[in-house]
Structure formats: structure tokens, C-alpha cells
Design a protein around this ligand. Sequence first.
Ligand code: IPE
Ligand code: IPE
Ligand code: MG
Length: 225
Amino acid sequence: MLHVAIIMDGNGRWARDRGLPRLAGHREGARAVRRVLEAAPGLGITDLTVYAFSSDNWKRPPAEVSGLMRLLRQFLDGEADRCIANGVRVSAIGRRDRLPGFALESLERAERLTRGLSRVHLRIALDYSSRDAIAAAARAGADSREGFERKLIPDVDLLIRTAGEQRLSDFLLWECAYAEFWFTERKWPDFDGGDLAAAVSDFHRRQRRFGAIPEPLAERRDIPA
Ligand code: IPE
Ligand code: IPE
Ligand code: MG
């Protein structure tokens, strides 16, 4: 299993740099999701979680929010067949009760059509707040580490954030406990399969220790503990 999570950032700046409306950046951003999804299986990625809309993004102007929701519907409706053909299971994390009906309908349709597929699991974080997800898990009865693990999503191996920002913005706080972080200046609409390959190959060069000490050192008996 290889779980890659992406904070897709910089759509607005990408558009601004070109004198375009922010929504043009979001539209290009949706194309980047498709590129990444195509590249994922070849890189050994089994789980891909993308941050599409945070619970704090409701603070944006209504026109941008409704444009994002329309793009979401277009993406889900347009990609469903390709996902089925490529064995991609689609689901969402986050709150559903505040999504517009048309977006929820497309989401549930994509989920239904791809439910049995297992080559790659694409999770789209929508109206998502990690702190809210953790609080909801607790309200639903989680009171131990295993309990929270059952209610949340699998641990993230590699967390990518684009556009030069280096923060989590309330994304997968629990699941990133031992994630490796990879940041790039590239803005999300410019991100492609090559960037994803670079991030994954960097990840494979890292040594993850999970609090232990590196193997060779552990075996040396001449160093007192
Ligand atoms: C990421 O791009 C997409 C969403 C948050 C929906 P932004 O819209 O945050 O782009 P910048 O950060 O303003 O450039
Ligand atoms: C985080 O990006 C949310 C998504 C990528 C969907 P933001 O652009 O909203 O985050 P901040 O405000 O820069 O932290
Ligand atoms: Mg941003």
C-alpha cells in the first residue's frame, strides 16, 4: 500500500499570473487531477487523497464557491467512465450535508459506480476539516487509537503540497502522524505525472524510522544503550 495525499494549492495564483479569473485556475486544476490519477498506478500508488474543498473555503466569495461546486460535478460526471475502465474507486471524505444537491448527486453516483474497484482508491476531501473529522469520530464512539483508526482513513505515507505553502491547513492531522512531506513551488494547475514521479522517488529514498533507530546502529553492541 502507498497512500499519497495532496494539498492542491495555487490555482488562484496560477490564474492571476495569466490575468485570468480564479475559476480558470480551478478548471486547469481539475485537469491536473486527471493527470495525477492516470500516473498513480504506474508509481505504485494504491490510495490517493486530494484536498479539493476545505470547510474553511466556504469563506470565499459565493461565485467562486459555486464555480468550484460546478467543476466538481463536471469532474465526477466526466471521469466516472474513465475511473471504471481504470479500476479507480472514487469516494469522498468530509461533510455532505452542506454540499449543493447537484454535487452530492454526482458524488454518490460516482461512488456507486466505482464501489467494487480496487486498483486505486481516490478519496476527494470535500467540505473537509480534519479537526471536525476527529471530533465526529469521537462522537461516534472512538475512544482508543484503534477506534479512531477505524473511523478515519488509512495513514498517509507521502503528503504533497504545491504552490510553495508549507502547512497542513486542517488536512489529515491524525493520518499524517508519520507522513513524509514534499513541497514544491509549482502551482497545482501545472502539476503533472512527472512531478508526482519525482515526489514518489524522493519518498523512496527517505528512511522512515517511526521512532526506532536505524537498523545497523541497533545491531551494534559496542555502543552502550
Ligand atoms: C487551491 O487553490 C484550490 C482550493 C483551495 C479550492 P487556491 O484557490 O487556494 O489558490 P491560491 O492559493 O489562491 O493561489
Ligand atoms: C487548502 O488550501 C484547501 C485546499 C487545497 C482545498 P487553502 O488555500 O484554502 O489554504 P490556506 O488558506 O492557504 O491555508
Ligand atoms: Mg490556496
